[in-house]
Write a protein that binds this ligand. Structure first.
Ligand code: KG4
Ligand code: ZN
Length: 338
């Protein structure tokens, strides 16, 4: 079964054709990075306008590259939440128009569920149940994935997300947007022990995160150094900071594995591209004798192939929307209503 999938939750306009949830026939991404770089972050109004300009061409390209016409497609899947509301609405409205004109069923897909589903493409043998660490620009969750469409959050951030934490420190260091990616690159050969950072714990919960203190301590250290005219070694600072963020993620995942007895760990979201995160999770999973999965690099960031993957499993579980489908800026992964 071929699904046409659309993603526009942040700053990538993307469309893909995916067969049976695992086989990508095409995946087109129009990135807006160049437009937002001068502002140091995503400007929501610019994002919406650029999605509106790009979406029709991107969808056509996805069909062409998959050597399909709309007649070969059996459902339209679209990211409807969470994300930038104006950006989401462009994709949702386009998908609704397509569904109305073609008569195809419309499948609403939760953005974080689709990040997890990127792994079904990279690892065709992967099946739930498993524990997933979902780390993106706006979310940090440990999720018990019970089935393709049943989720339970067992750990979450109480404040900032891991990606936000990476982005803010990168920005304070003067690195260009997208911060997390550039910080990862700059920190490659840095000494992770050169700078000291707190590794905050949340009272009363071993699996929840708190990153705002860690983020603030980095930003303050950078500002203090600037005021005193002291040089910061970006490679060492970045390496120390990334190890602190990743240290919090691995510590809580260790608890989660102990508590649940999980045998499979799945990384998901933009931050799962981080090289330290991957290697530290490799170490943790080896030590605890559990299998580790993460998406290939091109599927870590926002794309529509992952929407087509999750869309397939949502569709076969009976999830279908009508033309009243709306977009939502926030929506929990475990109760993804529409
Ligand atoms: O999943 P994603 O592409 O978009 C959201 O759904 O938010 O995640 C974007 C986040 C940003 O915070 C970005 O800085 C971070 O993922 N990111 C990274 C890396 N690549 C992207 N963070 C650390 N290391 C990377 N290599
Ligand atoms: Zn994302």
């Amino acid at each position: 079964m071929k699904i046409l999938a659309i993603e526009s939750s942040c700053d990538e306009t993307a469309a893909a054709v995916v067969e049976d949830g695992r086989k990508v026939l095409s995946s087109i991404i129009a990135s807006q990075v160049d437009a937002h770089i001068v502002y140091g972050g995503v400007v929501p109004e610019i994002a919406s306008r650029m999605h509106a300009e790009a979406i029709s061409g991107v969808v056509n390209q996805a069909l062409e590259k998959a050597e399909c016409t709309i007649d070969d497609i059996e459902a339209v899947a679209v990211t409807y939440a969470p994300g930038l509301i104006g950006a989401l609405l462009i994709g949702v409205n386009f998908a609704k128009g397509l569904s109305l004109s073609s008569g195809l069923p419309l499948v609403p897909v939760h953005h974080l569920r689709s990040h997890i589903a990127a792994n079904y493409i990279t690892h065709p043998e992967l099946e739930p149940p498993f524990l997933s660490l979902v780390v993106s620009g706006g979310h940090s969750h440990i999720v018990n994935v019970k089935s393709y469409t049943e989720f339970e959050i067992i750990g979450r951030t109480m404040d900032d997300a891991a990606g936000e934490c990476m982005d803010k420190a990168a920005r304070a260091l003067g690195l260009p947007y997208p911060g997390g990616l550039n910080l990862d690159r700059e920190a490659k050969n840095g000494n992770p022990k050169a700078y000291k950072f707190p590794r905050p714990k949340v009272d009363g919960s071993e699996m929840n995160f708190s990153f705002s203190g860690l983020k603030t301590s980095a930003v303050n250290a950078i500002h203090n150094a600037k005021q005193k005219g002291e040089e910061i070694n970006i490679a060492d600072f970045g390496a120390s900071y990334i190890h602190a963020v990743v240290g919090c993620l691995t510590a809580n995942m260790k608890k989660a594995i102990e508590k649940t007895g999980a045998k499979k760990i799945v990384l998901a979201g933009g931050v799962s591209a981080n090289s330290v995160l991957r290697s530290e999770f490799e170490n943790l999973c080896r030590e605890m004798n559990v299998e580790l999965y993460y998406p290939e690099l091109k599927l870590c960031g926002d794309n529509a192939a992952m929407v087509g993957a999750q869309g397939y499993f949502e569709y076969i579980s009976g999830r279908k929307a009508d033309l009243n489908l709306n977009a939502y800026a926030t929506m929990p992964i475990d109760k993804a209503d529409f």
